[in-house]
Design a binder for this molecule. Structure first.
Ligand code: B12
Ligand code: SF4
Ligand code: SF4
Length: 315
């Protein structure tokens, strides 16, 4: 059996709806020191799994010693204008969470790509998306799919940064792409200036403990009081440092993946949207969405914080 070529893999990835596909080598992470410094500074907060995974993140070869290449794909979730925040919204949900969870949607199509490769004689293929010790942005940059912007996002020069990153490690020897080395951020600082909580310690260094995405999704205790009044209506995740980026404003095109389309629930105009449902209803409505991760109690908490400014200014 003739093994698939890179061009054939890229054609299959495109057929499956991925908007970009490149190949990274298995060389150690060029930014291992930056990861160590970030963890030592405590910027990962309670996400202790990042410390446990550090060894593999720093050297992806440790994850799959049999792998020779990492195929990296981008999945576009850009919202069309009618699916973005609307006048009258009381709280906001990050764009990536407006439909079905990408851990299901993107992963399912990654598995199809993996099975397609195995059916063509590839002997090892392992698919990952945000569910393991994979330095995804680093690998995507090395695969020529973009540069890491000052907001720490992987930004594709023709697609912007509203993308998920998926990886298939394989024992196929594939020609690796040249990393995108140009820093297209130039003198721009829009993301750093727009962050409502001042979470960027420096360009490309995010103190996650100050990031609304972390506080609303990952952080279980009571939110830090120093962030009071800075939630900027975000009840789940935060999109500000992506929304202001000129590469998204100019180039991002709405997704063609139906599962990412915005659902009518929760009603973002209704500050009681999570107060009036019970756990069973929450599961029925959100079990297959990213909102399931914090759960009902924390979504109630988040909406209270996100809307607190409204209530204060209404008083
Ligand atoms: C932990 C995590 C978070 C944390 C911490 C984010 C962060 N910036 O570190 C929190 C909860 C805050 C978060 C938020 C979000 N996340 Co998140 N997250 C992750 C996760 C699981 C690990 C990231 C990580 O290791 N962070 C630690 C830092 C140190 O590592 P890093 O971000 O990879 O940074 C590398 C480079 O920045 C580089 N670097 C460091 N310094 C320097 C200096 C220079 C000069 C250069 C060039 C590079 C460089 O070295 C680092 C180590 O390799 C990844 C999935 C994964 N497995 O990688 C998703 C991931 C990064 N998240 C993603 C998304 C979509 C988001 C949100 C947009 C969701 C939202 N709307 O709320 C926000 C964006 C906030 C932001 N600006 O980052 C996507 C990003 C896709 C993309 N196109 O970039 C990922 C890749 C998941 C996926 N598979 O699609 N996230
Ligand atoms: S996601 Fe929001 S809070 Fe987090 S760094 Fe970006 S702008 Fe700041
Ligand atoms: S907003 Fe400007 S500085 Fe920030 S990531 Fe985009 S181009 Fe880079």
């Amino acid at each position: 059996m003739t093994l698939p070529t890179l061009a054939e893999i890229q054609a299959e990835a495109e057929r499956l709806g991925f908007v970009a596909c490149g190949v990274s080598s298995m060389a150690p992470n060029r930014r291992a020191d930056a990861l160590d410094r970030w963890l030592a500074a405590g910027y990962g907060g309670t996400m202790r799994y990042l410390n446990r995974q550090a060894k593999k993140r720093k050297a992806p070869g440790n994850l799959h010693p049999e792998a020779r290449s990492a195929i990296v794909v981008l999945d576009n979730y850009t919202a069309p204008p009618e699916e973005r925040a609307q006048p009258g919204d009381a709280f906001r949900i990050a764009s990536y969470a407006r439909g079905t969870d990408y851990h299901l949607v993107t992963h399912a199509r990654l598995l199809v790509l993996k099975e397609w490769m195995l059916a063509r004689g590839v002997t090892f293929a392992s698919a990952w998306i945000d569910d393991g010790p994979v330095p995804e942005r680093e690998l995507a940059e090395r695969a020529g799919l973009g540069w890491i912007g000052k907001n720490t996002m992987l930004i594709h020069p023709q697609l912007g940064s509203w993308t998920f990153i998926g990886t298939i490690f394989t024992d196929l020897e594939l020609p690796t792409d040249a990393p995108l080395v140009t820093d297209h951020c130039g003198s721009c600082t829009r993301c750093l200036d727009a962050c409502p909580t001042g979470a960027f310690v420096a360009p490309r260094v995010l103190d996650a403990t100050r990031c609304l995405s972390y506080v609303t999704i990952e952080y279980k205790p009571d939110p830090p009081p120093e962030l009071d009044g800075k939630w900027a209506e975000w009840a789940f995740g935060c999109d500000i440092c992506n929304e202001v980026c000129p590469w998204n404003v100019k180039f991002a095109e709405p997704t063609t993946i139906d599962e990412f389309r915005r659902r009518p629930v929760p009603d973002r105009r209704d500050t009681e949207a999570f107060e009036t449902i019970d756990e069973a209803e929450f599961q029925r409505l959100f079990a297959d969405t990213p909102i399931a991760r914090p759960g009902l109690d924390r979504m109630r908490r988040n909406v209270r914080h996100a809307t607190a400014r409204h209530e204060e200014s209404d008083a």
